[in-house]
Design a protein around this ligand. Structure first.
Ligand SMILES: [Zn+2]
Length: 245
């Protein structure tokens, strides 16, 4: 079976990628690219939802987003740090899917697991290209690593127009029923978290509108690249959009 992907996005928990960059991933899938997402943990330390619930919700979100794969690695929740064991797990995943592009959270963020996910993925992306690091697979290094934005703002290197895929992004987030607001009675009994209030979805929309405005479209998702972005065709300059219109 050919598992090769064009784009692979990593998150620490089974809803991180959906919240932060689902619009871009759905857009890439619609443009014909093979896209997948990985959750490093099953999210078993979260306040709400059993690991079984969360796995099912992740699978549903993967289908809603038309992704080729959605996989949960077996790193224990709360132990997402740069260790040799965790690095090997990510390297094996990279060598299995051989994505051209990798996405990960920006390291400046609120949740320690998310920062650690960022550091871990960066180290693994590099180490995956080392021939003498043996995992029983062919060595492989992705071409680029792009960081998606969480709570802390940075000046983006680029913004993707997600106007056409924003509603699908919301559906993918809502697939995580155990985590988010749901008007059902039982749900009200549950402990509330940062993301379980009805206002959380307003926040998602407003953030996407804010970044969309920066490029003159309805909704956008911002990314950061540590390296300068090079364009091979000078004519690509003609397609860059800013709020100057
Ligand atoms: Zn998370």
């Amino acid at each position: 079976m050919n598992d090769k992907l064009d784009v692979l996005a990593f998150g620490a928990h089974p809803d991180d990628v959906e919240i932060m960059c689902a619009g871009t991933l759905v857009k890439l899938a619609r443009e014909g690219y093979k896209v997948g997402m990985i959750s490093l943990t099953g999210g078993e330390s979260g306040t709400r939802g059993t690991p079984q619930d969360r796995k099912k919700e992740f699978t549903t979100a993967t289908a809603i987003m038309s992704l080729k794969t959605g996989e949960i690695l077996d790193i224990p929740d709360g132990q997402v740090h740069v260790s040799e064991a965790n690095k090997i797990k990510v390297i094996k995943t990279l060598r299995k899917y051989r994505p051209k592009i990798v996405m990960a959270p920006h390291w400046e963020t609120r949740h320690p697991d998310h920062s650690q996910c960022s550091y871990l993925v960066r180290q693994a992306v590099f180490a995956s290209g080392l021939k003498n690091l043996d995992t029983g697979q062919q060595h492989y290094r992705p071409k680029n690593l792009f960081y998606y934005m969480e709570l802390y703002d940075f000046t983006p290197s680029f913004i993707i127009d997600i106007s056409e895929t924003f509603e699908i992004k919301l559906q993918a987030i809502q697939a995580h029923q155990s985590q988010f607001y749901n008007p059902d009675e039982n749900n009200k009994e549950q402990e509330q978290t940062f993301i379980s209030s009805p206002e959380f979805f307003d926040y998602i929309r407003i953030r996407a509108q804010y970044w969309g405005h920066k490029m003159g479209v309805a909704y956008g998702e911002p990314f950061y690249v540590r390296e300068p972005v090079g364009l091979q065709k000078a004519g690509d300059l003609l397609h860059i959009k800013t709020f100057w219109r």
